[in-house]
Design a binder for this molecule. Structure first.
Ligand SMILES: Cc1ncc(COP(=O)(O)O)c(C=O)c1O
Length: 381
């Protein structure tokens, strides 16, 4: 009865883990990548105000309110030194996940090939399949800090190659790149006629002096790239559903065309509340990242004490840790759950190449983290 492509979507890998989690009395949850901290008060207050205004209850514009697009343009200038035109190069999204899915609809023809990292946010793979494209993996290796070599990507190019997915700071590996990497990526894309879909939703979650860059800082980026941003992680707003895309006007225009025929934009009070957040972004980021840095330090110290192998992240809130005892990721996640009551995400869910790792997410309370760390230190391993 349902479409054939539904059968092509891999089964939900985390079902067994979820079942097991329910069987444990007090699990400590390093599994979900969903910020535990509250949405900043300034955003909630603005929402309270805006929701009372009846004009805000009507259909929003497809591209998003101009005040928010202008503030995004200001933010790009201040944060990245990059110019984006609020009229033609910014589009408000119902979360970046929606934008990623609809961009594939806008850019792909049947059987076009999409280059995705061998370990990545699963939506790149599943949405490529759903849109009739073919995912082609390129390696990202622990030994190279999960950053690809362009020579490896080049080997996988065919005349059908259309899109290159990049995501730094990365989910699930915690890897980050510098501007030079994006300069190379843009050169590569222009030379090989590719569109870069750059997922930058973690650009403001960082704990070192190096602030994660935007691909829009690279010359000619707009000719070949679209970049996704989100209010979800920066402002602890995962449930509100708002993000945005910036990029070349031809790419933004195509994405808008799909969206106009599919959804009807983001509820205006949510956009106004997000605008209040963006105007005061520095104070939120500083507060969030100080807390997250402490959590990263505490977890990494415990993992080191138990001789786990991993790269300490400079950004994002994930630590991607090698399994032990020659176990694959689902077995090792189950072992951690049974032996220590700790929930992690099996790396195999991010691609087969991730199957020797589990992901720890630092979106749990400090009290839970302390308990989790105690349990890790007690592990007999
Ligand atoms: C790498 C990455 N991109 C995109 C998203 C989607 O975020 P949202 O749709 O909430 O903006 C997530 C969520 O976990 C993510 O980890």
């Amino acid at each position: 009865m349902v479409s054939k492509k539904i059968k092509l979507i891999p089964p939900y890998l985390f079902n067994e883990i979820d079942k097991l989690k329910k069987s444990i009395e007090k699990p400590i949850d390093f599994g979900i990548g969903d910020p535990d901290m509250p949405t900043p008060a300034v955003i909630v207050k603005e929402m309270e105000k805006q929701i009372k205004l009846k004009d805000n209850h009507r259909y929003p514009s497809y591209e998003g309110i101009i005040e928010l697009r202008e503030e995004i343009s200001n933010y790009f200038k201040k944060r990245f030194g990059a110019d984006v035109d609020p009229e033609n190069e910014v589009l408000i999204l119902i979360g970046s996940k929606e934008g990623i899915a609809h961009s594939l609809e806008a850019f792909l023809d049947r059987q076009d090939e999409v280059l995705i990292p061998s370990i990545c946010y699963p939506v790149y793979r599943t949405q490529t399949i759903l849109k009739g494209g073919k995912p082609v993996e390129f390696p990202v290796l622990f030994e190279n800090y999960f950053i690809p070599y362009f020579s490896d990507i080049k080997k996988r190019l065919t005349e059908k190659s259309k899109i290159l997915f990049l995501n730094y700071p990365n989910n699930p590996t915690g890897a980050a790149v510098d501007k030079k990497f994006y300069d190379q990526a843009v050169d590569f894309a222009l030379n090989h006629n590719l569109i870069i879909m750059n997922d930058n939703v973690y650009c403001d979650v960082y704990f070192s002096k190096m602030r994660p860059p935007s691909i829009m800082q690279s010359k000619q980026a707009k000719e070949c790239s679209i970049e996704f941003h989100s209010f979800s992680k920066t402002f602890n707003m995962t449930g509100w559903r708002i993000g945005y895309a910036v990029g070349g006007s031809h790419l933004i225009k195509a994405l808008k065309q799909i969206k106009m025929n599919t959804d009807s934009g983001v509820f205006v009070p949510i956009q106004k509340a997000a605008l209040a957040g963006l105007k005061t972004i520095d104070s939120h980021i500083i507060k969030n990242n100080v807390i997250l840095k402490k959590r990263v330090d505490v977890l990494c110290e415990a993992l080191l004490e138990k001789n786990f192998e991993f790269h300490k992240p400079k950004a994002s809130f994930y630590v991607f840790v090698k399994t032990k005892k020659n176990m694959k990721s689902a077995a090792f996640a189950e072992f951690l759950m049974r032996e220590a009551g700790i929930v992690t995400t099996p790396g195999g869910g991010f691609g087969q190449a991730g199957d020797d790792f589990v992901r720890f997410s630092l979106t749990l309370s400090d009290a839970d983290l302390r308990e989790g760390v105690k349990r890790i230190k007690r592990l007999k391993i």
